[in-house]
Design a protein around this ligand. Structure first.
Ligand code: ADP
Length: 204
């Protein structure tokens, strides 16, 4: 748990309630968090879901691993501490988007269960939905896809601490949704995600 450093800071409440914001946005915000190995299909699925929701007029926003590392988190690397801080900040950003009434799609390897649980906790403690979607794929298939050539580099020892090769991936034990992209088509995964969002009250 990250400690509060600044002293003499006081929470300033809004005059807008969650209900009022929901009416204003015409939807309830929440986060769906895609976790899985590199090349499992997290971004591909999130992009397709984002497009579908947007076309149907739903406020939606996508946060994605490399994109965030090129901005907000450009000062973080891939050590265990930095991975934890990366996910902590993203969890907080997702919470803000979700609180603003946006359906927030987060696609991050997020290999450590404790970090994902912390992201869940910051949502749930303020009554926001956090849906974990495990994008499962056998390592061999992810390695075969290797769209960015990263597995090849990791196997050659050019990247150290690569998830699934020489850094662990802790699969979720209780994800709200599991899609297996080794077995399901992109369309099937997208349909499962939409159905799950609907069941959780984040999409109609
Ligand atoms: P991640 O965000 O998990 O690192 P990406 O979405 O960037 O993964 O890459 C996954 C790659 O696998 C893409 O090139 C995508 O076209 C491909 N792919 C093949 N089959 C599937 C599938 N069934 N679902 C999702 N992606 C798939």
């Amino acid at each position: 748990m990250t400690q509060q450093v600044a002293t003499n800071v006081h929470w300033h409440d809004s005059e807008v309630t969650r209900d009022e914001r929901t009416k204003c946005m015409n939807q309830t915000g929440g986060t769906i968090w895609f976790t899985g190995l590199s090349a499992s299909g997290k971004s591909t699925i999130a992009v397709a879901v984002e497009q579908m929701l947007c076309q149907q007029g739903h406020p939606v926003y996508r946060l994605d691993g490399d994109n965030i590392r090129m901005g907000l988190n450009k000062n973080l690397g891939f050590s265990a501490e930095d991975r934890t801080e990366n996910i902590r900040r993203i969890g907080e950003v997702c919470k803000l988007f979700a609180d603003a009434g946006v359906v927030t799609l987060a696609s991050f390897i997020s290999p450590y269960a404790a970090d994902r649980d912390a992201a869940r906790a910051v949502h749930e403690e303020v009554g926001l939905k956090f849906i974990e979607c495990y994008v499962e794929v056998p390592l061999e298939i992810a390695e075969e896809r290797d769209p960015k050539g990263l597995y090849k580099k990791a196997r050659a020892g050019e990247i150290k601490g690569f998830t699934g090769i020489d850094d662990p991936y802790e699969a979720p034990a209780n994800a709200e949704l599991v899609v297996n992209t080794g077995e399901q088509s992109l369309e099937e995964s997208v349909a499962s995600v939409l159905e799950c969002l609907r069941a959780q009250g984040l999409y109609d």
